[in-house]
Design a binder for this molecule. Structure first.
Ligand SMILES: Nc1nc(=O)c2c([nH]1)NC[C@@H]1CN(c3ccc(C(=O)N[C@@H](CCC(=O)O)C(=O)O)cc3)CN21
Ligand SMILES: CC(C)C(=O)C(=O)O
Ligand SMILES: [Mg+2]
Length: 277
């Protein structure tokens, strides 16, 4: 619920909450889905008021809030805390929480941990990985927990990937990613994040699936786009990935920058070729 003192804020708010079926309908209607990461109540209220469709409590909070160089140190308690904060500021955006590294190794562990995030206010959980997660996706969705899958550059696997590198570049890797995506959809995933893959592969995966695909460095043909809030506001001091655009440039408020991001996603002017692989 929204705190009383926030209710007077200028609002162009949606009258209806964004739901899982509504996101599917947006994909079918060809309306691009605008998603941003969010970590606290004030930014949640701002983003929701601006019309962001989906808020993600990303484990990128390990980098942008905690100052770590990877997402591996982030705990379930960290994500549960930030999810509860975001839930209090949000009214109508769909709220997704990342499951941290090591918290979904088995279907039962994934369920127990996802329950904590749903009780903190998440409406969907996100997990990184391919076909090996199919059983987990089925286990969660059978128990009323919507799942977003995440393929391509999966930052929790940084030590296996050997760095934050573009994925799916060889024919074998691209074929593997496409079959992983289909397995996850068949297992019941409601959405799929695609990170740092060639644009052509982003389009192929999107065309192959019926669920919405959300790209971050996956080209302009995904059903939606996501960026880390600190990247799109130009406040993250670390290395800037190719897919990042600073939407504060040319704007004079955070509100205007968030609106510019949503507009650019909806009118398909973001991502441009300079943000793609
Ligand atoms: N602030 C922030 N933004 C993010 O997007 C993000 C995080 N943190 N933390 C977790 C992961 C890490 N991510 C990253 C980090 C670096 C690159 C990067 O520098 N990629 C190179 C690709 C190099 C290649 O060509 O293979 C690039 O040029 O974009 C990509 C994703 C995405 N996630
Ligand atoms: C960048 C998005 C997709 C993410 O997983 C995160 O912010 O943790
Ligand atoms: Mg993440």
């Amino acid at each position: 619920m929204m705190a009383g003192y926030l209710q007077d804020a200028e609002s162009t708010a949606r009258s209806k909450a964004v739901t899982v079926p509504a996101l599917l309908a947006m994909r079918q209607a060809g309306e691009k889905i605008a998603m941003l990461t969010c970590y606290d109540s004030s930014f949640a209220a701002l983003m929701d008021r601006c019309g962001v469709d989906v808020l993600l409590v990303g484990d990128s909070l390990g980098n942008v809030c905690q100052g770590h160089s990877s997402t591996l140190p982030v705990t379930l308690a960290d994500i549960a805390y930030h999810t509860a904060c975001v839930a209090r500021g949000n009214q109508t955006a769909l709220l997704i929480a990342d499951m941290p590294f090591g918290t979904y190794a088995t279907p039962q562990a994934a369920f127990d941990n996802a329950v904590r995030l749903m009780q903190a206010g998440a409406q969907m959980v996100k997990i990184e990985g391919g076909e090996w997660l199919s059983e987990t996706v089925r286990f969660l969705t059978d128990r009323a927990i919507p799942v977003c899958a995440h393929l391509g550059l999966t930052p929790q696997s940084v030590h296996q990937l050997g760095g934050f590198k573009v994925q799916g570049k060889t024919t074998e890797a691209a074929d593997r990613l496409k079959s992983d995506a289909l397995s996850l959809q068949v297992a019941g995933a409601s959405m799929l994040v695609l990170e740092a893959i060639p644009s052509a592969l982003g389009k192929e995966v999107t065309d192959k699936l019926t669920i919405p695909t959300i790209g971050i460095g996956a080209g302009p043909d995904c059903a939606g786009q996501v960026l880390v809030m600190h990247d799109m506001l130009g406040v993250f001091p670390g290395r800037k990935a190719r897919f990042v655009k600073n939407f504060m440039e040319g704007e004079t408020s955070i509100d205007a920058a968030v609106r510019a991001y949503i507009r650019a996603v909806k009118d398909k002017s973001f991502p441009g070729p300079e943000h793609c692989f």
